[in-house]
Write a protein that binds this ligand. Sequence first.
Ligand code: GLY
Length: 351
Amino acid sequence: MIDSMRKIKQLFSNTSVDVYFDSTFNHLSKLVDKKNAVIITDENIFSLHGSKFRNWNVITLKPGEAFKIQLTADAIIEQLIGFEADRSTTLIGVGGGVVTDLTGYVASIYMRGIRFGFVPTSLLAMVDASIGGKNGVDVGAYKNLVGSIRQPSFLLYDYSFLKTLPNIEWSNGFAEIIKHACILDHSSFKLLINNNLQSIKKDKKILTSIIEKNVVLKSSVVKKDEFEKGDRKLLNFGHTLGHALETQYELTHGQAVALGMVFAAGLSEQILGLKKSVEIIQVLSQYTLPTIASFDAERVFNILTMDKKRVSDKMNFVLLKKIGKGVVHPIKLDTLHKYVSAYSHLNKASK
Ligand code: GLY
């Protein structure tokens, strides 16, 4: 068998992350000592790929965002004590964003911090959730309210996990891929608009090149501003309204972010004169993401103003100067309120 694995190193402020592209799960045993490692995964991954975990210490979580809470972190810590995990133990999150966020969080606080790495299994985790070092848990309606920023030691990409990925998870991942293209890279946007979900799913070469490009794109933003004082905020494009919608309605993360991006693209058109914002709607549709929804503007606005991006009476909103160039733009809360209200009515009218 030809070994196609490629290793790159990403350097952050006080650490480096080894990234293994096109690797296999079995390669993990070369990166860590099985006896001194604990894998954290969820029931879905375990039932689909259980044989891979033979002879590993495994903690299996209930799947879903509803379990990304402190209670789950406490339960993991109890089990780590049961495994006699100590400062030399490595935690490995094998799963999607909920698993990687919880693994990074627990690894940051257990014994004041132990080594950890990720094997992202969903497209969303491969291109976004496993990169950047932000981890944490939700508290009530507030997503990621508690957590820390700490980089994993390694990321291992085994693309065979994508074979069992449900359709909805594909579009979730593409929401973040489209986001990266909108804020950072016009050529990626062109590639996406000239293809669609089905064509890319069938073409491993193009798919893996998109994944690897997105790892580099996201890492480049994080490296410049790991602790989110400035440019890292760009990665929140579509997420401010998106998070508020996600907590109030039955939407996946990708669906909520897609609606948030449509809103932010509209704002960009009105405030910054963005041209061709309709192409953003077009590309989202090509990746089976929603572009219209009706919602309760007051309810959503109240949640939105609790967002961590709020600074007194303004909200730092990510807008687009053009496709491929995001900017952080402060918007007064009363102005934002009008826009949110107009957007929710607009969507009601166009249903
Ligand atoms: N863990 C995702 C991020 O740091 O952005």
